[in-house]
Design a binder for this molecule. Sequence first.
Ligand code: PEP
Ligand code: MN
Length: 338
Amino acid sequence: MLIVMNAGATEAEIAGVVRMVESLGFRAHTMPGATRTAIGVTGNQGAVDLSHFENLPGVAEAIRVTKPYKLITLDLRPDRTIVDIGGAKIGDGSLAIIAGPCAIESRKQAFAVAQVVQHSGAKFFRGGAFKPRTSPYAFAGLGEEALKILADIRDEFGLKIVTEVLDEAGVDLIERYADMIQIGARNMQNFTLLRRAGRSKLPVLLKRGMAATLEEWLLAAEYVMAEGNYQIVLCERGVRTFAQHTRNTLDLAAVPAVRRISHLPVIVDAAHGTGRSYMVTPLARAGAAVGADGIMVEVHARPDEALSDGAQALTLDEFEQMAKEVRAIHQVISRNGS
Ligand code: PEP
Ligand code: MN
């Protein structure tokens, strides 16, 4: 159920509705907006009697939700969510650039990339400390040592740190070192991890599973929100198809499709979405053109020596050029009001 308050509803009236929701044993999610506050109700198994709310002071309307989503939708929050990552924003109309190596391999390797990322004007640095690898014998990341390197990069370059968690215990660790929790494609339906991330103070970057429908992906975001963490950025990173010319098929139509349903920002990962470095810049440009709130890419000073995902890494020079190009495209589409 969704309760829409009158435009002029007072704090006390909103609190009254929240109290009623809680007295019925449910959870209230209060979403203030530019014109009105809405309150999403979760925790009810069946339909809630709307008459509990319809006559409370300040209530404009109590609406039964018939869609599978309650919290991620524009019905609850017509204003777009702006995600604040330690002061840097995603979803505020700017184009966020999240760049860095697939994995943190050494201090020297990570710092070389971070310097260029900062110089490009990007605000976000990515790098895996815990890597989900297809083979149990592949390099799985440096773990906490990598998190320390990432924290040093934040101090040295002022970049916000985005890094992946593989499990619930990982969230505790990452909360100590990073600014944003990445939940990877392979974990998009790890529901206990989603719930744990939903109880975190850190914003969440939620990648689309490699075979996930739009609905499954949005419901994964719903898991995080239902626990009270409303700071989520969705990331399209390509899905499995019959195509063999790419590692994954980057589903750029997901960007406008998400926008039509959800208030959450959505970014495009052109690295995993292609798997081939020569395609990364063209698809990053396309991501900016389709109206993404940000672009994620992988960068390595020596892609041929990378311990993971070297085939899709941009060189330092390629990255700098790409950053300029996607910004120019973003400016054009922002001017056109897309
Ligand atoms: C990554 O960002 O390095 C990663 C493992 O991504 P994904 O979960 O999209 O495969
Ligand atoms: Mn990678």
